[in-house]
Ligand binder design. Sequence first.
Ligand SMILES: [Zn+2]
Ligand SMILES: [Zn+2]
Length: 367
Amino acid sequence: MAEVPDKIQTWQMVQPTSRDKETGEVIPGKLEETAIPVPELKEGEVLVEIAGCGVCHTDLGYFYDGVPTVSKPPLTLGHEISGMVVAGDENWIGKEVLIPAVMPCRQCYLCKTGRGNRCLNQKMPGNSMGIYGGFSSHISVPSIDLCEIKNRGDIPLSHLAVVADATTTPYQAAKRAALENGDNVVVIGIGGVGQYMVQEAKALGASTVIAIDIVEERLKKMLSYGADFVINSSGKGLKDISEELRAIRKQRQLSNYGWKIFEVSGTKLGQEIALNLLGFTGKLIIIGFGLQKVEYCISRLMAFDAEIIGTWACLPEYYPQILEMVLSKKVEIEPFVQTRPMSTIVETFKEAHRVAPDKRIVLTPDF
Ligand SMILES: [Zn+2]
Ligand SMILES: [Zn+2]
C-alpha cells in the first residue's frame, strides 16, 4: 500500500511564456520542481497517488500561447490523470482510478439539465483547482467524480491516463453529434485526440470514417484503427480535398447529405476544410482549439439546413462506458501512447509544442 505523503512533489508553472509589452521580446515561461502542502481532505474527497498525467495541447496553450488558466500562476498544469487512491473515503482506498479532466458542480442548472461538462463552476486539475494539477506525485479530488478501473489486464495504469481526456473528449463530441449506426463521418486532425475520434466513431457504428491530416504516416496507421479512407491534405487546396471526398462518395455510393464532420486539428486550415465540406443536413463539431479566425458565409447553414456545434470535455458519467471500450480493445490506446519520466517535463513540453507527437506523451512521477 502506498503511503500518504507529508508534501506533494510537483512541477509548478511559475510563470507562462509572455511578451514584453513595449519591446515585444519573448519572456520564457518557467516550470519548476517544488513541494506543496497536502490539502486537508474534506468529506467526500480522496487523495490520489498519480500514476501518469498526459501532456495535452491545452497545457501547451497555457504555457506557451497566452491561454489564461482560471487559477493564476504559480500552479501545476496537467488534467489527464490516472492513479490510485491512498487516503480519504475508505471505500475508495487502494482502488485504481481515472480522474475526469472536468468535474462538474452537480448543483447548477447546466448540471441538472445534462450539460455538466460545461458547468460554469466546474473544477479542472491544472486550471481551476487552485495550485493543484496532474504533473505531481498526488492530487486530492472529490470521490464522486472518479471512475474506477477494474481488470485492466496488460494495459499499464499510467497509459490509461489518456482515457481521462484524449479518449473521453471524442466520446462527448460523438454524443453532441448524435452519432448513430450508419453515419458517414469525416475526422480532421489525427493527433492525440483525433486518433480516438476516428476509432470511437467506428466503434459507435459509423459506416464510413474518412480521416484527413497532413502527415502520411499517421493517416496510414489509422487505416488499421477505424478509418475506411484517408485524405492527405498537405499542399492541397480546399477544392482538391472536396473532389477527393466526392470520388470516395461515388466509389462507395454514399449519400451527399447528413455527413458528420469532426474538426479536431484546431488549425485554420483544418477549420477551413471542415467548413468547406459541411453540406446538406450536415453537422460540424468543433473539438480542436486555436486562436485564429476563419471566414465563412454563415447563410450556407440556412441553405444546407446544417449545424455547427462546439463541444467541451466530457461528462464523468460517460467515463465507465469509454473505459469499457478501451479495456475491451474496441478502442486501442497502446499504439498511441508513450511514457516518459515527469522530470523530462521541460524538454517534453518544448518538443510537443514544436511538433505534435505521433503518440501522446504521459509523464510518470519520478520525484
Ligand atoms: Zn486536455
Ligand atoms: Zn454545475
